[in-house]
Design a protein around this ligand. Structure first.
Ligand code: KG4
Length: 332
């Protein structure tokens, strides 16, 4: 089954063709990152306008890359939330029109379910049940994936997402947007113990918090600037990465212990972080947990992950109709 899948929830426009949920036939992406970098963050209206400009061309590219014509597509899938509402609406409306014109089923897909499904594209043997650590620019959560379409949240951030924490601290340091990757690069060779940064303690102990860490790091930078003190930037970046990782990795291990799951998959843009990947590898080895880390190109937003999850949503009977809408907030 060939699914033509669309994604426009934030600042990447993507169209992909995926076969039977597992094989990427094509994956066309256009990132708007250079445009938003001028403003230090995503400007929602600009994002929507850029999606409108790009989506038809990317569709042609995805179909050509897959070597299929429009009539060779069996279904059309689209991210319908969560994300920036104006941005989401572009692909939702385009996908609705495509499904209508082609007379094919329409499959709405949750963005984070897509991030989790990126692992199905990289690892043919991976099947539910497993635990997923979803860490992106807008969300951070531990999800129990009981089945391809049966998921429950075991813990989630109470405030900022892990990616937002990296991005905001990077911005104060004057690093380019999005700051996660530049922070990761800066941290290489730094001393992760040099700066003392807070770790959150919450009553529901699988929940996470990143706003205290973000504020502490920003205050530390401002203090040093006001006093004219030089900061050891690689060590500061390494200390931030260690603090974010400490927020995530022990909780993932505790979630595995409580749920009895022996398989953990990482998902989302922040899963590209080298400190988090190394800490997850170490912790999973110590606890006898099989770990799946998606390749970097599948960690960020893409259309293929939506096409993968769409296949399983289709098998479960999920269909969108002509009234399908987009949602800024959406339960997984
Ligand atoms: O999953 P994604 O592409 O978009 C969302 O759905 O949010 O994630 C983007 C986030 C940004 O916050 C970006 O700074 C972060 O992923 N990111 C990283 C790294 N690469 C991307 N954060 C830490 N280390 C990285 N290497």
């Amino acid at each position: 089954m060939l699914i033509l899948a669309f994604e426009s929830s934030c600042d990447e426009t993507a169209a992909a063709v995926v076969e039977n949920g597992r094989i990427i036939r094509s994956d066309a992406i256009l990132s708007q990152v250079d445009t938003h970098a001028l403003y230090g963050g995503v400007v929602p209206e600009i994002a929507s306008r850029k999606h409108i400009e790009a989506i038809a061309g990317l569709t042609d590219k995805a179909l050509a890359g897959a070597g299929v014509g429009k009539s060779g597509i069996d279904a059309v899938a689209v991210t319908y939330g969560p994300g920036l509402i104006g941005a989401l609406l572009v692909a939702v409306n385009f996908a609705k029109s495509a499904a209508y014109a082609l007379g094919k089923p329409l499959i709405p897909v949750h963005h984070l379910r897509g991030h989790i499904a990126a692992n199905y594209l990289a690892f043919p043997e991976l099947e539910p049940p497993f635990l997923a650590l979803c860490i992106s620019g807008g969300n951070s959560m531990l999800v129990d994936v009981a089945g391809y379409t049966r998921m429950s949240i075991m813990g989630a951030t109470r405030d900022d997402a892990a990616g937002e924490c990296f991005d905001k601290i990077a911005r104060v340091l004057g690093l380019p947007y999005p700051g996660g990757k530049p922070m990761d690069d800066l941290a290489q060779g730094g001393d992760p113990h040099k700066y003392r940064l807070p770790r959150a303690k919450l009553d529901h102990d699988l929940d996470m918090s990143f706003s205290g860490l973000k504020t502490a790091a920003v205050n530390l930078i401002h203090n040093a600037q006001q006093k004219g003190e030089a900061l050891d930037l690689p060590s500061l970046a390494a200390s931030v990465a260690a603090a974010v990782s400490d927020e995530l990795v022990p909780r993932a291990m505790e979630a595995a212990r409580r749920s009895g799951r022996r398989v953990l998959a990482a998902a989302g843009g922040v899963a590209a972080n080298r400190t988090i990947r190394a800490d997850l590898e170490r912790a999973c080895q110590e606890n006898g947990i099989k770990l799946y880390l998606p390749p970097l190109r599948l960690c960020g937003d893409n259309g293929a992950m939506i096409g993968s999850q769409a296949y399983y949503e289709y098998l479960a009977g999920v269909r969108g109709d002509a009234g399908l809408n987009a949602y800024a907030n959406l339960e997984i």
